[in-house]
Design a protein around this ligand. Structure first.
Ligand code: NDP
Length: 498
């Protein structure tokens, strides 16, 4: 780490990872850094714990997870305060994050048996003499690697579902948010004190890399696309399966028949909540020509009212100090290439804060439109019609979420967005809908957390056939006769040959 102590930048002292507030530099906690051997040891202990945890069955796990959910709900203010101290996130944003995470714990606990438990599935006429059984069995130990921007919501999205499915979890929190990660692990240990079913290993990126090579049965990664590629490469060595929730550059489309006040309100929140450090945050808007000027005016009016600062403000500090340079570069590039700042602009970056910035008429090939900015900035570009909006929205390799405002065609447009998720007449709402899967396409990753797909992500399908009668047309035996085969051919022609 650097000798100069930058508030918010993690540092290492005497083998401990020291986490600090980006706003004040106050220490949030210090944690021993795990060696590769210690990571492997943690996975070994988790493997023994996983057997016990799986043995509790769906009912036993549901009971424990619901107790954990209750504990999280009871201590919501305490955890929100810690998120605020460690990452700088405004308390209100932290509360919203926690409400969503708690809902996911509840849903995963209540629905795991229904989605994953043993069940009969239908047989077909072919092999009608066999019954079919399906269940999803736990992998064993899941390695969860998390980012700092939503230090509870993102790891819970994998962890709660993995635990409900019967796995143990070894969690590597971001080096920017180890205190929140450890808080989650400690609170879980209060309701599951018997075995280390959920544990944390702390450190920098190399600890995450060690977790990929530690013998875990699956890695659930949330973070940047660049790191996702490294994780997949490391996991390929041992054919360890991966779930990758990576970056995004989500677009919002404002159609001609949109409610512009509602669109502006949702846009400002979707783009600027958590100071824009949101994977599914709105970073680009395409508004159709007839409503463009009015929409921009309403966005600027609302965004211009927001307060920026440490405590009680709408927009807090940038959590990762190095991100300030990225944000500055994107703004400067957009302005240098003909874009206009209708709010904020060149001097918006005032470390550790960035004032809300709205850029219009920004070239589509500029960094502010193509790369993840992760700051309280937004581009709004003018398009002829919804058709052009869709093609511009879909032009990037990312494909995480998106939003559409409009009436008549809004759902049809949302379906055509090349993304894993979309909200119509709202922004980001799919993240809190525990019944829906969450995940991206292309450079935003693959696999799903949340919902039924999210539960299945943490179970291996186990298929069992069981004979229930003699075979009338024996085929899967060397005792079959040429006449049996001829009858089989005849039957297949009757069944499928028309
Ligand atoms: P990073 O990719 O930098 O880090 C993510 C995690 O991976 C951290 O715990 C990090 O550890 C760890 N890590 C770093 N290097 C390696 C490695 N070689 N092998 C294994 N693990 C490693 O992302 P950020 O923490 O900066 O998070 C922001 C990114 O996350 C944005 O791109 C955002 O879009 C994305 N994101 C995606 C979400 C989604 O659901 N799709 C949700 C939230 C965020 P360390 O911190 O110690 O370096």
């Amino acid at each position: 780490m650097t000798a100069v102590q930058v508030p918010g930048a993690p540092r290492i002292e005497d083998g401990l990872l020291v986490s600090t507030s980006p706003a004040t530099g106050a220490e949030a906690g210090r944690y021993p850094i795990a060696t590769a051997a210690e990571v492997t040891e943690a996975v070994k202990r988790a493997r023994a714990a996983a057997e016990w945890w799986a043995g509790l069955g769906f009912a036993g796990r549901r009971q424990r997870l619901l107790r954990w959910r209750a504990l999280l709900a009871q201590r919501i203010e305490q955890l929100a305060e810690l998120i605020h101290t460690e990452g700088g996130k405004p308390i209100a944003d932290a509360v919203v994050e926690l409400v969503t995470a708690i809902e996911h714990v509840d849903w995963a606990a209540r629905n795991a048996r229904r989605v994953l438990g043993p069940r009969r599935v239908r047989s077909r006429l072919v092999l009608a003499e066999f019954s079919a059984h399906l269940e999803y069995q736990p992998y064993g130990v899941i390695g969860v690697i998390g980012p700092w921007n939503y230090p509870v919501f993102t790891p819970i999205g994998s962890t709660a579902y993995a635990l409900a499915a019967g796995n143990a979890v070894v969690f590597k929190p971001s080096e920017y948010t180890p205190a929140v990660g450890q808080w989650l692990v400690d609170s879980f240990a209060e309701v599951v004190p018997e075995h280390p079913v959920l544990t944390a290993v702390h450190g920098l990126g190399d600890v995450g890399a060690a977790l990929c090579r530690s013998g875990v049965d699956k890695i659930a990664f949330t973070g940047s696309t660049a790191t996702a590629k490294k994780v997949m490469t490391a996991c390929a060595e041992s054919l360890t399966p991966v779930l990758l929730e990576a970056g995004g550059k989500d677009a919002m489309i404002v159609d001609a028949d949109a409610d512009l006040d509602a669109a502006a309100e949702a846009c400002v929140w979707g783009a600027l909540t958590n100071a824009g450090q949101t994977c599914i945050g709105i970073e680009r808007v395409y508004a159709v020509e007839p409503v463009f000027d009015a929409f921009v005016g309403k966005v600027v009016e609302r965004a211009g009212r927001l307060t920026v600062g440490a405590d009680g403000a709408d927009i807090g500090p940038i959590t990762m100090p190095s991100q300030l340079d990225v944000i500055r570069r994107h703004i400067d590039d957009a302005l240098a290439r003909g874009g206009r700042a209708v709010l904020g602009g060149a001097d918006a970056v005032q470390p550790p804060y960035v004032r809300p910035t709205v850029l219009v008429d920004v070239p589509e090939d500029s960094a502010a439109v193509r790369e993840e900015t992760f700051g309280p900035t937004l581009t709004i570009n003018r398009v002829r019609d919804a058709e052009e909006a869709v093609s511009r929205a879909n032009a990037l390799p990312y494909g995480l979420g998106g939003s559409v405002f409009g009436r008549r065609r809004a759902v049809a447009i949302a379906r055509r967005l090349r993304s894993g998720m979309a909200s119509v007449n709202s922004t980001l709402t799919f993240a809190g809908m525990s019944t829906l899967p969450f995940g991206g396409v292309g450079e935003s990753g693959f696999g799903r957390i949340h919902g039924e797909d999210g539960l299945r992500e943490f179970g291996r399908a186990k298929a069992i056939t069981r004979r229930r009668a003699r075979s009338l047309l024996p085929s899967t035996t060397f005792d079959r006769t040429p006449a049996d085969v001829a009858r089989l051919v005849k039957a297949i022609k009757v069944m499928y040959g028309r």
